[in-house]
Design a protein around this ligand. Sequence first.
Ligand SMILES: Nc1ncnc2c1ncn2[C@@H]1O[C@H](COP(=O)(O)OP(=O)(O)OP(=O)(O)O)[C@@H](O)[C@H]1O
Ligand SMILES: [Mg+2]
Length: 396
Amino acid sequence: MGRIRILTDQVANQIAAGEVVDRPASVVKELLENSLDAGATRIRIEVEAGGRKLIRIVDNGHGMGRDDALLAFERHATSKIRSSDDLLSISTLGFRGEALPSIASISRLDLTTRMEEDPSGTVIEIAGGKILRVEDTGAPSGTSIAVHDLFFNTPARRKFLKAESTELSHVTALVTHYALAHPDKHFELHSSTHALLVAPPVKKPAERIYQIFGNDTLQQLIPVAAELKMERAGLPEPPPWKRDEAYRAPEPGFLRVTGFVSKPELQKLNRNSLYFFVNRRLVRDRLIVHAVTEAYRNVIPPTSFPVILMFLEMPPEEVDVNVHPAKTEVRFRQSSFVHDFVRDTIRNALINARPAAAFLQAITASALATPSLLPATSPLPRSPVESSTPLGGLRL
Ligand SMILES: Nc1ncnc2c1ncn2[C@@H]1O[C@H](COP(=O)(O)OP(=O)(O)OP(=O)(O)O)[C@@H](O)[C@H]1O
Ligand SMILES: [Mg+2]
């Protein structure tokens, strides 16, 4: 008998979970993104013991029929892509078909779901990847998932969890920033003792900032909005012999930047208040951080960081999201174009907002720098390269 064996699904799922789920906040991220992909307009999240004991998410999205609800826990089962071509233009937050089976393999999970048109819903109970119960049930339309006892069967992972308060602050940061990215939706986050965030729908992003951070923060931010027609499409065209008669050259599309950047006098000691969304996906991106640093050069001291909440919108073909297991990093097909546009947009906003003399004052005022904008921690795992690799000869 040979030495090589194919792993069981259960082990394969636990290995996949290692890539996707490293703490309660990453479970919340995956479930939240699923709710948004399902078209939910109301999302309520509840956590106990920093998410270690319980994470419950209830949405009013399109729900699932019984067969789909069972399939959702199979590896590589997704409703979001069909072929490898679809990978070139992903417009949903999920596409790997890995999140639910991964989470279910390292927790005790209950799912209740119903499609609006179905007379009854489905409840599924899973523990450590094993399905224990599948039944019809009465339920409101939408989906509710409860994840109990995260990492109960992977003690090594459990050991890496930080204090409950730390895990809770990661969850809060994550939900807060998704709420900022979707002002038109209702978000709620509760712990067993507190309502941590209650954000009913509002019309404008500025109203959401006011709702969450208050007027003082809003007054220290400058709105930015700019749009640029791309000169060419990022994906190369097929060679002439592969084009049929119906072939049309792709439209280059637009690059849009909207959001808020801080006035020079608002300075932070770390990068935790830099938030970038690419097509509404929260990402960590060195290229954009570099563009921001360039924009603020000689505006704030090199040791300080601004507060940035920035939304980049571009045709899905212009960005490759399939480069990181947790989908927190992206690659732009026209990276220098994106970099320069972000830099110039911020720079212009800063110049228009303040006379030059004020910059001089701000640059000497580093003593006023404060830690990051609430909450104190960043919701995304920090990639080790980010802090140590110089980019273009510049240490960020
Ligand atoms: N809240 C929800 N409402 C409706 N359908 C859902 C919900 N959550 C998951 N699904 C369905 O279950 C499928 C599997 O979800 P899962 O998160 O595992 O994969 P995915 O979102 O397709 O990809 P990824 O692994 O990148 O997140 C989804 O494609 C979707 O069809
Ligand atoms: Mg998903």
